[in-house]
Design a protein around this ligand. Structure first.
Ligand SMILES: Nc1ncnc2c1ncn2[C@@H]1O[C@H](COP(=O)(O)OP(=O)(O)OP(=O)(O)O)[C@@H](O)[C@H]1O
Ligand SMILES: [Mg+2]
Length: 397
């Protein structure tokens, strides 16, 4: 299954292309109703995309320059153009821009099928590298596991250009989605579990709430009865499907260690244990670590996160390290103003207060997971060449 982004300003054309694709194979289709210039400038358009199909009556020099930029920045993504009058000149310019094929609109069904197969075979044979599973657990209510999981996910998606899915496993009053968006979710975790037998990439994509390009959320079941319907086998299937589509699948496990969350912890590449620097958290944290130990998890996989930290805390970080037998991996400072504003407004703190102490600490935490951070290079390039500067296609070809 490949991910295909289809761009057209005409809704009926979008629908037609999506229908042609659906007749041929079960791919994930992301429709973008916009003219090429607008769609191609969207930062999230290419995230995880294997094939980009752009339909328009004609393509300007600027459109071709944008396509050239995209094919250079995303060498694994192939590109198909559909246009009413594919002139020899357009074919030449498109080819120079790295476009794989140009078909006349409306496409001949057989020709479209052949090209679709050719342009998706690389994605199907290579297979996408599976995403990693990251779990956030807490030993005591209010330690900040949800805040950290959600905001960390946002930073991975926006600064590191990862495709991230946040899944709220809370049994009762899941609030992870509310911290990021005020959208009405198309589905909750319980809804997805109910249809898990037919879960595939397309259904998952229809169920998630899109917070921003590259960052999707599955809210919690919503009430305790529905939460009880979330079974270990469901989560196994959700992980299998979502790891194909996302670079990181983040679970807000919270305090609930139960058969379902154990399946998630079993498959977690990293388990972030979020706690505060206090005696109460130290005691409760030791119990949590005993449980993790009894489940056989090696400490290599566990990261100790001291959240809401302030230098007046009665217990030294060293005492926490001695108690848990591991180094503190991340210290997130107490930063009540930005955290409260972000939570109240349902916005990521890195978006609302990018220079706040907590946003900077979350950025550091993300950089430790993905050290080859893209933003620095981007910033450097922007400084060198000026924002939005583009070399004309003819000059580059
Ligand atoms: N670094 C921080 N600085 C200031 N306030 C914080 C910080 N981290 C979290 N908070 C606040 O602490 C409270 C609890 O955070 P959160 O809901 O994320 O904790 P939790 O561990 O998920 O709790 P629960 O057990 O209810 O799921 C929230 O009001 C949140 O805004
Ligand atoms: Mg929580």
């Amino acid at each position: 299954m490949a991910k295909i982004a289809v761009v057209s300003a005409d809704d009926s054309h979008l629908h037609y292309v999506a229908g042609l694709i659906a007749q041929n194979a079960n791919h994930v289709v992301q429709r973008t109703p916009a003219v090429p210039a607008q769609a191609l400038a969207q930062p999230g358009l290419m995230l995880g995309t294997d094939l980009l199909i752009v339909e328009a009556p004609d393509f300007s020099t600027e459109d071709i320059a944008q396509l050239r930029r995209i094919t250079t920045e995303h060498p694994d993504t192939l590109c198909m153009l559909l246009t009413e009058h594919p002139s020899a000149d357009l074919l030449m310019r498109a080819m120079r821009a790295g476009v794989q094929c140009v078909l006349p609109w409306p496409p001949d069904a057989q020709e479209f099928r052949d090209e679709l197969q050719r342009c998706t075979s690389h994605a199907l044979s290579n297979g996408r590298a599976e995403g990693q599973v990251l779990s956030f657990v807490s030993c005591k209510g209010g330690s900040g596991a949800t805040f950290t999981a959600a905001n960390f996910g946002y930073v991975l998606a926006t600064r590191h250009k990862k495709r991230v899915l946040l899944v709220d496993l809370s049994q009762q009053y899941g609030d992870a989605a509310f911290m990021m968006t005020d959208q009405t979710p198309p589905a909750t975790l319980a809804d997805i579990c109910r249809q898990v037998d037919r879960l595939d990439a397309a259904l998952l994509d229809a169920c998630v709430t899109h917070v921003c390009p590259g960052f999707d959320v599955v809210p919690a079941a919503g009430d305790p009865v529905k939460a009880g319907e979330v079974r270990a086998a469901h989560l196994e299937r959700i992980m299998a499907v979502s790891r194909q589509q996302y670079d990181a699948v983040i679970f807000d496990v919270g305090q609930d260690i139960n058969p379902a969350s154990i399946v998630v912890l079993d498959q977690s590449h990293l388990i972030y244990a979020v706690l505060r620097r206090s005696l109460a958290h130290l005691r409760a944290g030791r119990r949590l670590f005993e449980i993790l130990h009894s489940l056989g998890y090696h400490t290599d996989r566990v990261r100790l996160v001291l959240n809401g930290d302030d230098r007046h805390a009665a217990i030294a970080p060293r005492t926490m390290e001695d108690a848990f037998g591991m180094r503190v991996a991340h210290v997130l400072p107490i930063d009540p103003g930005p955290v409260r504003d972000a939570s109240d407004q349902g916005q990521p703190v890195a978006q609302l207060a990018p220079n706040s102490a907590i946003a900077r600490a979350l950025a550091d935490m993300a950089r430790q997971l993905y050290p080859d951070a893209q933003p620095r290079r981007d910033n450097l390039l922007r400084k060198l060449f000026g924002q939005g500067s583009q070399v004309p296609a003819t000059a580059r070809a």
